[in-house]
Design a protein around this ligand. Structure first.
Ligand SMILES: [Zn+2]
Length: 233
């Protein structure tokens, strides 16, 4: 890791726990502002994977622009978040879900063109991508971003903070999936962030290679997409 000043006193012999924070499925006017406030108060960077249709809602665009202006990265999390890309082999489905969201993002989207597939409550598997979706990602030079920590903030309001902290302690570099949605869970985000700091975990913005099977359209290796793509139609 880089020798830097941002992580506090981290001895070379004791590698810090690293954490990348991601917020999916927003923006939502009732919740995204409190997430942004909690991050800003602690000067922590994150990535927001937004649902394209939500940019069309009143206030949606403004929230994503605020997030980008505050240094967060903005990625694409499909247009409708309805049918996982691996469950619909139609190339038109992949093109619409990925391409129309990226078009809506425009300049506010990060230049690495982050795309995060969805489906199955955070499960990794062949439902995430279709062959056509992979083609769209390659041709469009997208960077596909997965995860390794899903603490179920949406349906475990009382437990997600402990689950996420356990993941951080267990993993060399946790990429935590949370949701800026009005579930009530984000009321505990400040507590989570303060407990992360108490653990001396270092919050970084970038993603470890293990959760990036495609970078700027290029698969990370022959096996990078193994188990993530449905059968061809
Ligand atoms: Zn999602």
């Amino acid at each position: 890791m880089a020798h830097g000043s941002s992580g506090g006193a981290v001895a070379d012999s004791a590698p810090a726990m690293r954490v990348t924070l991601t917020f999916d499925n927003g923006p939502s006017v009732g919740t995204t502002p409190m997430v942004l406030d909690a991050l800003a108060a602690r000067a922590l960077p994150a990535t927001f994977f937004v649902v394209g249709e939500r940019l069309d809602r009143p206030g949606g665009r403004e929230l994503v622009e605020r997030a980008a202006a505050e240094g967060h990265w903005i990625g694409n999390h499909s247009l409708t978040h309805a049918v996982p890309l691996g469950d619909d082999p139609d190339p038109a489905h992949a093109e619409r879900e990925i391409g129309e969201t990226q078009a809506r993002l425009g300049d506010v989207g990060h230049e690495r063109r982050f795309f995060r597939p969805f489906g199955g409550g955070g499960r990794l598997g062949p439902h995430l991508l279709s062959p056509a979706a992979v083609d769209v990602l390659r041709r469009g030079r997208y960077t596909c971003v997965l995860w390794n920590s899903v603490p179920h903030d949406w349906d475990d309001l009382d437990g997600w903070v402990d689950t996420a902290l356990a993941d951080v302690a267990r993993l060399e570099h946790a990429v935590v999936v949370l949701h800026d949605l009005p579930t009530g869970a984000m009321a505990d985000l400040p507590v989570f962030l303060d407990r992360l700091a108490a653990l001396d975990a270092v919050v970084v913005q970038d993603f470890p290679p293990a959760v990036v099977p495609i970078e700027r359209g290029v698969p990370a290796g022959a096996a990078a997409l193994a188990g993530l793509v449905s059968e061809a139609a």
